[in-house]
Ligand binder design. Structure first.
Ligand code: SF4
Length: 221
């Protein structure tokens, strides 16, 4: 089943839902946004990347701020960078306008901080690849996450497992948005790096905590 253009959700919301279902719902359903130093630095990094010119470096062509969409995943967004790598003669790849040879797209998503494993980032990058595959009718085997602080990039292979996880996350995102119900908070270690921590209050209002238990704990203070 394909989604219609009107049903498309942002690729960035996919990263949210992989990180935490409640976070995605707070953003998409309740329109709660909270900037932190981390999110502001992230916006600046993306603005800087998108403001750059398209360029050509040897066997690599670089395009910035490409609009993407996948009707199969029901997602749309703007990619930070898509590199196009020239392939060996005879290899299968896409054709680019006004240049000879065959090319393979390679998405690069910019993140602040230092190199680390973040499943949500990998799914976001994979979704960009799936969008481009659908738009250009090609297969993209890998991409990279570029970390601004360490200025290092980490290559990500789009394995069947990652593709499956990305598709499942897209389905879940549409289910949560269509249901219109924000899941209850549940405190986990990851909450400490969530920009919505102060609005979400997972320690006091987390799932399974009754109002009476919360009141009793407050009165004992
Ligand atoms: S604070 Fe925790 S539970 Fe609340 S939205 Fe963030 S990650 Fe999810």
């Amino acid at each position: 089943m394909n989604y219609s253009e009107d049903e498309l959700l942002p690729i960035s919301a996919l990263a949210d839902i992989v990180f935490c279902e409640r976070r995605a719902a707070l953003h998409r359903l309740e329109e709660i946004w909270q900037e932190s130093v981390a999110t502001i630095e992230g916006h600046h990094l993306h603005d800087k990347v998108h403001a750059g010119e398209s360029e050509s470096r040897g066997a690599v062509r670089i395009a910035r701020g490409l609009r993407l969409r996948s009707l199969r995943l029901g997602l749309s967004g703007v990619a930070d960078v898509f590199e196009f790598h020239r392939l060996e003669q005879g290899a299968e790849g896409i054709v680019l306008p006004d240049v000879s040879g065959r090319w393979i797209p390679f998405p690069v998503e910019y993140k602040r901080g230092v190199v680390r494993h973040e499943e949500s980032f990998e799914c976001q990058l994979c979704a960009q690849a799936v969008c481009m595959e659908e738009m250009l009718n090609c297969r993209i085997p890998a991409g990279a996450l570029f970390y601004g602080l360490s200025r290092r990039r980490k290559d990500i292979l789009f394995t069947n497992e990652l593709r499956h996880g990305t598709e499942e996350a897209a389905i879940l995102l549409h289910q949560v948005v269509n249901a219109g119900i924000t899941p209850p908070a549940r405190y986990e270690k990851k909450c400490e790096k969530c920009s919505l921590l102060s609005q979400c209050m997972p320690k006091t209002a987390g799932g399974g905590k009754s109002a009476a238990a919360w009141l009793s704990a407050q009165l004992e203070l």
